[in-house]
Design a protein around this ligand. Structure first.
Ligand code: GFB
Length: 322
């Protein structure tokens, strides 16, 4: 595919560089020969308009990738609806308007597969957006992410800016949040299996029935796809970023236990929600642009477990990027 944007030597601001996705983007862009710009929360609180606009005016990047967000797993989403809606809307609005004011011509907005209706036909193609009711456990986050992609579209239409949006599936990898109350399922299961192995526990407890199906993508593949879009895509519609394969959560747990080396019984905590029954995205649009994922699920889990062993201490807090 022809390039719409040459990366080499470009100054690219990665918002949210301390998060799992932002960290992966920094690594990927540096490998591509970009000058990567970052700014921590101590320099600017991105939920504050004046601070965000001043930061972007000062950095004056050639492009921005928006990986800053309030994120979390199913329980965090359901427990903090106001935070997930307000903080994400504020960050998106401040970043997009700040970018326009500073004359930033290229911008990649990141969303999530939860933007689609709870019962969307599978695999979910981009045009399923806004065709039905959302999954209640994360509708607040989903509404904010839908607003984010609409902001990018609106700024393209009104101002002629090259703003695009990417919608990643459930991500995992180095730099993930391993806190059991706020994390997504993958880091939670890695940690639970590891701790069960260490303590010699006879059983491990997962949330819900284990029957929901989820698609997982390693964060390094996700960063690679986002950079691919920055280089090759300049369209109005958002683009799904996934692995193209899903599995039941119970099978994910079996796989994680196998990688970690834990062989106990599986128990279910049915007081915890299942969430949406299935959300496998269609990756046709991105594949047609010449991108495919490279990291298999077992391999990705194994390297993420190695990262967990090296960086997360006994209290579950990480020494890096969390
Ligand atoms: O990854 P997760 O928290 O979020 O949960 P979603 C996925 C599935 O794993 C649910 C089950 O069916 C959970 O009930 N699960 C089993 C567990 N054991 C555990 C556990 O120990 N911890 C966790 N967290 N889950 C999120 C959205 O939805 O997906 C976000 O809430 C975002 O907004 C993200 O869109 C991509 O996949 O259900």
């Amino acid at each position: 595919m022809p390039d719409v944007y040459q990366l080499q030597g470009q100054r690219i601001y990665v918002a949210g560089h301390r998060g799992m996705v932002g960290g992966a983007l920094v690594r990927r862009l540096e490998a591509a020969g970009c000058e990567v710009l970052t700014a921590g929360r101590e320099r600017a609180d991105l939920t504050r308009q004046a601070e965000t606009e001043a930061l972007i005016a000062e950095l004056k990047p050639d492009a921005i990738i928006m990986a800053a967000a309030r994120v979390g797993g199913i329980l965090a989403n359901a427990s903090y609806p106001a935070d997930f809606l307000y903080q994400n809307l504020a960050i998106e609005m401040n970043m997009v308007e700040g970018a326009r004011r500073a004359g930033v011509n290229r911008f990649v907005m990141l969303g999530s597969s939860c933007i689609y209706p709870k019962l969307a036909p599978q695999p979910i193609s981009e045009d399923a957006l806004l065709t039905g009711p959302l999954e209640p456990t994360n509708e607040w986050y989903a509404v904010a992410k839908i607003a984010g992609l609409k902001l990018a579209q609106a700024y393209r239409r009104q101002y002629g800016l090259h703003y695009i949006s990417a919608m990643p599936t459930n991500l995992y990898g180095p730099g993930d949040n391993f806190d059991l109350n706020s994390s997504h399922v993958m880091p939670a299961l890695i940690r639970k299996a590891h701790e069960a192995k260490l303590s010699g526990a006879s059983e491990i407890t997962m949330w819900g029935t284990g029957s929901p199906l989820r698609e997982f993508l390693h964060v390094d593949d996700c960063a690679d796809a986002i950079v691919h879009l920055l280089q090759h895509y300049d369209g109005d519609e958002h683009v799904n970023v996934g692995s193209g394969e899903d599995l039941a959560i119970i099978d994910l747990l079996r796989l994680v236990c196998d990688v970690v080396g834990y062989h106990g019984e599986i128990r279910h905590d049915l007081t915890k929600p299942d969430g949406t029954p299935r959300k496998l995205m269609s990756g046709d649009k991105l594949r047609a642009m010449g991108w495919t994922p490279k990291i298999g699920l077992r391999e990705g889990i194994a390297t993420t477990y190695q990262w967990f062993l090296a960086h997360v201490d006994a209290t579950g807090t990480s020494s890096a990027r969390l």
